[in-house]
Design a protein around this ligand. Structure first.
Ligand SMILES: NC(=O)c1ccc[n+]([C@@H]2O[C@H](COP(=O)([O-])OP(=O)(O)OC[C@H]3O[C@@H](n4cnc5c(N)ncnc54)[C@H](OP(=O)(O)O)[C@@H]3O)[C@@H](O)[C@H]2O)c1
Length: 259
């Protein structure tokens, strides 16, 4: 069911992707640009952003480096993009930090970085973007979470809870902002082959390429979906598991992960 307006025409839209130097974000920037979108790409790696903009061409692409853990750098990027393009229509919060961790492996430095990027970083970004969209009475906010946020999973000790928080956050944002004219999306990918998952030492079921993830995201945005999840064969199974009682859920996790 479409909880947001359908996007029938991408051409002329201005989209800011935060976390676009590699992986799904870079693939989404390429795809949306090919559809006629003006794309602003952000992340810490200015060299990678510049290379991406060089590939796309400066007329409809711009790099705005930032560190999502540093709100001042987000404010500066927001001001640059808004000045160059007289605002923007959609922000995709794609930045993410992941380290596999089990209960007996807690490393606070690593854990805090995941919280700083995946949770606090999103709050930093929202504190900049929401006032701009509220003033315009329009704008779209897409948060990239993960199916790891659906329920507790081994090896996702800190990553999983940060992603669960984003799902809850997106629901609250939708309730708060829908009547103000803003659109809110939550994006929950399954496993995607990117630098982030290259560290995984386990078999990743239904693994897809970043280009396919980008196509799914664009399709979901076009359809006006609130939750954009993929690949469906995997996410439908996980959604069913979401409704299992604790005894059945814990048994299923053990069986599927062998952990
Ligand atoms: N791959 C998967 O299987 C999968 C599954 C579910 C959800 N996701 C989510 O999808 C999103 C994209 O992940 P990916 O798989 O494409 O991984 P990726 O290639 O590692 O991309 C992560 C992006 O986040 C940026 N980033 C990290 N820390 C940042 C910071 N402090 N400030 C600004 N940008 C920062 C990175 O750029 P810099 O390092 O240049 O800053 C990069 O552009 C993440 O939110 C991830 O949690 C991925």
């Amino acid at each position: 069911m479409a909880l947001n307006p359908k996007i029938k025409q991408w051409s002329g839209k201005r989209v800011w992707i935060i976390g676009a130097s590699t992986g799904i974000g870079a693939a989404l920037a390429r795809l949306l640009h090919a559809k006629g979108v003006q794309v602003a790409v952000s992340a810490r790696s200015a060299d990678k952003l510049d290379a991406l903009v060089g590939e796309l061409g400066k007329d409809r692409a711009m790099a705005a480096p930032l560190d999502i853990t540093d709100v001042e750098s987000i404010r500066a990027a927001d001001a640059r993009i808004a000045k160059a393009w007289q605002g923007y229509d959609l922000v995709v919060f794609m930045a993410g930090d992941y380290s596999s961790m089990r209960a007996w492996e807690i490393d606070l430095k690593v854990a805090r970085q995941m919280v700083a990027v995946n949770w606090e970083g999103f709050l930093n970004g929202l504190s900049v973007v929401i006032p701009r969209f509220m003033a315009a009475k329009a704008g779209g906010i897409a948060l990239v979470s993960s199916v790891a946020g659906y329920r507790g999973l081994p090896k996702a000790l800190v990553y999983g809870p940060t992603k669960a928080a984003l799902i809850n956050l997106a629901e609250t944002l939708y309730v708060d902002l829908k009547d103000k004219g803003l659109d809110v999306y939550i994006i929950n990918p399954g496993f995607v082959k990117t630098p982030m998952t290259a560290q995984n030492d386990f078999e990743m079921p239904f693994l897809i390429e970043p280009e396919e993830a980008a196509r799914e995201i664009a399709k979901g945005l076009e359809a006006g979906e609130f939750e954009i999840h993929f690949p469906k064969a995997f996410t439908r199974m996980l959604k069913t598991m979401r409704h299992l009682s604790y005894p059945l859920y814990f048994k299923a996790v053990k069986k599927f992960t062998k952990l």
